[in-house]
Design a protein around this ligand. Structure first.
Ligand code: ADP
Ligand code: MG
Length: 513
């Protein structure tokens, strides 16, 4: 090897070591996470005492009952997302008519019937993009647009003359007064329709449905409004009766769980059955009162200071798909300025905030630390991210640059997974059961190659280090935000419906709807 080559490889080694040292702040020890878990517990407790005086709001969803496979019939779901509105018609194949079955036969049948798959069938679904003018039109225009879409869908499915329940997933911040009452706190995403903030969105939807209804079309009964985490939990609960937590890790991050009423000081009603309710934690706001500032890096702090929501959603800024690439970009800029990466020259693309796509982080993470193949995905991602005509990269990317970028990318995604595991653990220890199933959804946790297994690894570490006995099962509740709404509607009707009575040794089905 010539002395020139030797020099270059020494320099590269130095750069790697330097980058390693500078980005160690992205790694938190297990003791750090135990501290963070204790802090989060305090915020959870505060939120359960009072919504007004807390950071982590622990909103009551009023979803009290979970699916028990006795749901029956057809239901509608409506999901108002950031860009589309979706509607779904679902049929539950609940228990068959048990009329005149002997109880031993019935028990036997139920045992045989412990199905692996949820007992639901999708009859039809439809999606429509929300037109630009609707985003800024009046609230009435928005809800009329949605109502027309539902009615059209109902007619296409020959639901004329039928009474049918609908569950509504509305993923905007609301304060609920009941299962079907929700006041919009503020619009987010691209929406800004006047006349909705401060109003009950279920009432607005019902009013629009009434306007669009005439005698030949179905009566649509809006029975519940939920958010995406609750939908995910409910869909998970249909698959596993131990499902006690719902988790979303996509553009944003949030979780919900099932809590006993007796542990909720702010519960405004009596403690009648069912003695539990789903709590929407809104845990993305953890840290907004600076309690985890010590765990943040300078890159996190600068991202926060330059964000549109200063000192808001600190936990979410460490976790979610919207922010992780921005942490990576900022970290890279520092290393470039110090001459550790790209020979100190910044590719122009990196100057633009939020310019890196989260999918590249998944792609880069697919490479392995001790990769014999020399990080092929990282090289491909970089080639895709930066202009190929940039003279800086005419000979491709240096081995040390690639290795360093892979290293910091992984530190950022892994820290995110650890924060998620920490929040899940902090929730799980509030749940009495040893077996805790967690339903999750969202593109980051679902599409990243290792994210889910890192979450599981960290949960196992908590079990080992604390000695607390827990068994976790992660369930992918795909599109739970939509299915959950239909399931909640089914639960509402199940609860209203007297089912079977036993008379002189025989079982009678006394009502159907
Ligand atoms: P939303 O959270 O808006 O309901 P998703 O759950 O699909 O929708 O999340 C979308 C977000 O997930 C994107 O904004 C992006 O940050 C992230 N994302 C998209 N694709 C990937 C991917 N391949 N790997 C990791 N994250 C991704
Ligand atoms: Mg979503």
């Amino acid at each position: 090897m010539s002395s020139n080559n030797n020099e270059s490889s020494n320099k590269q080694q130095q750069n790697i070591e330097h980058a390693d040292l500078l980005t160690k702040s992205l790694i938190l020890s297990h003791e750090d996470f135990e501290k963070i878990s204790t802090l989060l517990t305090k915020e959870f407790d505060r939120g359960l005492r009072s919504t007004k005086d807390s950071i982590v709001k622990m909103y009551l969803t009023y979803v009290r009952s979970l699916p028990n496979r006795e749901e029956h019939g057809r239901y509608l779901a409506l999901d108002l997302g950031g860009t589309n509105v979706r509607v779904l018609l679902l049929e539950f194949h609940g228990p068959p008519s048990l009329l005149s079955l002997k109880s031993s036969q019935r028990r036997q049948q139920q045992q045989q019937q412990e199905p692996k798959k949820p007992p639901i069938e999708i009859i039809d679904s439809s999606m429509k993009p929300i037109p630009t003018e609707i985003f800024h039109g009046t609230g009435q225009q928005l809800f009329d647009f949605i109502a027309e879409f539902i009615v059209e869908f109902a007619l296409r499915n020959k639901l004329a003359g039928v009474r049918i329940a609908l569950g509504f997933t509305f993923s905007f911040p609301v304060v609920q007064q009941g299962l079907a009452e929700a006041t919009l706190v503020t619009w987010t995403k691209a929406f800004n329709c006047p006349g909705v903030v401060g109003n009950d969105v279920v009432r607005l939807l019902k009013a629009s449905l009434k306007r669009k209804t005439h005698h030949s079309i179905p009566f649509i009964d809006v029975v519940a409004i939920i958010n995406d985490t609750t939908g995910t939990l409910i869909y998970g609960a249909l698959q596993d009766k131990n499902c006690g937590i719902g988790l979303i890790v996509g553009t944003g991050s949030n979780a919900c769980y099932v809590e006993y009423l007796s542990k909720i000081e702010k519960w405004p009603f009596n403690y009648s059955d069912p003695k539990q309710v789903v709590i929407n934690c809104e845990c993305g706001a953890f840290g907004d009162n600076h309690v985890i500032d010590w765990a943040l890096t300078n890159w996190d702090r600068r991202l926060n200071y330059e964000s549109l929501n200063l000192n808001k959603q600190i936990h979410e800024k460490l976790i979610s798909g919207m922010y992780l690439p921005e942490i990576l970009r900022r970290c890279l800029l520092t290393l470039i300025e110090l001459g550790i990466v790209f020979e100190g020259k910044t590719p122009i693309e990196l100057f633009r905030p939020y310019s890196i796509k989260t999918k590249y982080m998944s792609f880069i993470d697919q490479d392995n630390e001790n990769d014999e193949n020399n990080f092929p995905n990282t090289r491909k991602a970089l080639a895709d991210m930066f202009n190929s005509k940039n003279p800086l990269f005419k000979n491709g990317f240096s081995d040390s640059d690639v290795k360093i970028i892979h290293m910091i990318n992984r530190r950022i995604t892994k820290r995110s997974a650890n924060f998620v595991a920490n929040a899940l653990w902090t929730l799980a220890i509030r749940i009495d059961n040893v077996d805790v199933a967690i339903a999750y959804d969202g593109s980051l946790i679902c599409l990243h190659p290792y994210y889910r297994s890192w979450v599981e690894e960290k949960l196992n570490e908590f079990i080992k280090k604390t000695g607390i006995k827990k068994r976790f099962r992660l369930i992918h509740a795909n599109d739970g935000s939509l299915y959950g709404a239909a399931i909640v509607a089914a639960i509402c009707y199940r609860e209203k419906r007297p089912k079977f009575i036993k008379k002189r040794g025989k079982i009678y089905e006394i009502t159907r709807f």
